[in-house]
Design a binder for this molecule. Structure first.
Ligand SMILES: [Ca+2]
Ligand SMILES: [Ca+2]
Ligand SMILES: [Ca+2]
Length: 289
C-alpha cells in the first residue's frame, strides 16, 4: 500500500478495501523492512481503522486523547497542515496561500516542522487544513464538521470560529468546558470546489492565565442534502417540476447558487412547467413551519 523512509515519525496511508482483496473473515497486514542502515527499529503503535464512507478527512483519533498530535508552536509545526497532496498555491487559509505539496503531512514528525498542533494558543491561534474534495463529495451538497475541544487551560474562556475557504461557517463564543462540535453547512456556500480547499479553525479571543484549548480529533464528511420529494422531468419539450403538495413546502428560486438570494414563490403550485428557452435558474423547496 505504501512505503516510507522511516525517521522517527508517524505515518498514515489510506487505501480501498477492494484494492487489497479485503475479505470478510481472516486477513493479514504485513509491515516489511526493505532497507536501512541501523540494526533495528522499534514501533510505537499500529492502528487499522475502517473509514466512514462519507469521510473527507479525519485528523487524529476520536479517543479522548491528544497524544497523536504534537506540542503546538515553536519550530515543531506551523499553522498549515496538508492532509492531502496537491497544489494549494491558489488557496488561501487564514495564514496565506498554501504550498504545492507532493506528500500529505503526518500527525507527528518530531524532527521537523511537519505535524499537527494539539492546541490553539494566542501565539498560534489558527490551524488551516488543506485537503482535496472529489467531484462526488462536492456533488453531495452538504459538509459536516466534527471535533472535540478538550483540555482547556484552567479557568480559560475561548471564542472559536470555523471557516472553509475563508467563509465563516460556525462561531462558538464563551467555550469554557469540553465541547463536542458537530455542524453542517452547504458546500456551495463556501465555494467548495472539486479539488483543493482549506478548512480553518481559529481562536478569536481567550481569557485566563492558561490560554490553551486542545483537539481530540477533527473530521469533515460529505453528506447528502436532506432528500425532499421533488422530481424533474421533460414533458413535451418543457421541463416539469413536481413535488409533494401535502408536505407544506414552498418553492424558492435563485439565479446564483452561491450568493442567492433565494426568492419565495408562494404562488407556485405543483406541477410547474418551464418551457424553453431556459435561462439558468435554480429551484429548491423550503419546509414551512
Ligand atoms: Ca513537527
Ligand atoms: Ca505543516
Ligand atoms: Ca485523539
Amino acid at each position: 500500500m505504501n512505503s516510507y523512509a522511516v525517521n522517527n515519525r508517524s505515518y498514515r496511508a489510506t487505501f480501498s478495501a477492494s484494492a487489497v482483496n479485503a475479505a470478510a473473515g481472516g486477513n493479514v497486514l504485513t509491515v516489511l523492512r526493505t532497507g536501512g542502515t541501523e540494526a533495528y527499529l522499534t514501533v510505537d503503535y499500529l492502528r487499522l481503522a475502517v473509514l466512514d464512507p462519507n469521510e473527507v478527512f479525519t485528523i487524529g483519533y476520536e479517543n479522548l486523547n491528544q497524544s497523536e498530535f504534537e506540542h503546538e508552536g515553536g519550530t515543531r509545526n506551523d499553522p498549515n497542515f496538508y492532509f492531502d497532496p496537491g497544489d494549494y498555491s491558489e488557496v488561501s487559509g487564514l495564514d496565506g496561500a498554501g504550498l504545492n505539496r507532493s506528500t500529505s503531512e503526518p500527525f507527528q514528525s518530531e524532527t521537523d516542522s511537519e505535524g499537527f498542533p494539539r492546541a490553539l494558543v494566542p501565539s498560534r491561534p489558527t490551524v488551516n487544513i488543506f485537503f482535496q474534495l472529489s467531484a462526488e463529495e462536492q456533488a453531495r451538497g452538504r459538509l459536516r464538521f466534527r471535533t472535540r475541544l478538550q483540555w482547556l487551560g484552567t479557568g480559560s474562556v475561548h471564542d472559536m470560529e470555523f471557516l472553509m475557504n475563508g467563509v465563516s461557517v460556525q462561531t462558538l463564543n464563551g467555550v469554557s468546558a469540553n465541547t463536542d462540535v458537530d455542524f453542517q453547512f452547504d458546500a456551495a456556500a463556501v465555494q467548495a470546489v472539486d479539488g483543493h480547499n482549506v478548512f480553518s479553525v481559529r481562536q478569536n479571543n481567550v481569557t485566563g492565565a492558561s490560554p490553551w484549548i486542545q483537539f481530540d480529533f477533527l473530521e469533515l464528511q460529505a453528506v447528502l442534502s436532506e432528500a425532499v420529494p421533488i422530481a424533474v422531468e421533460t414533458l413535451g419539450g418543457a421541463q416539469q417540476i413536481n413535488w409533494d403538495s401535502t408536505g407544506n413546502w414552498i418553492l424558492q428560486t435563485t439565479t446564483n447558487l452561491v450568493t442567492g438570494p433565494w426568492i419565495d414563490q408562494p404562488a407556485a403550485v405543483p406541477p410547474i412547467s418551464i418551457p424553453p428557452p431556459n435561462p439558468v435558474k435554480y429551484y429548491r423547496l423550503k419546509q414551512q413551519p
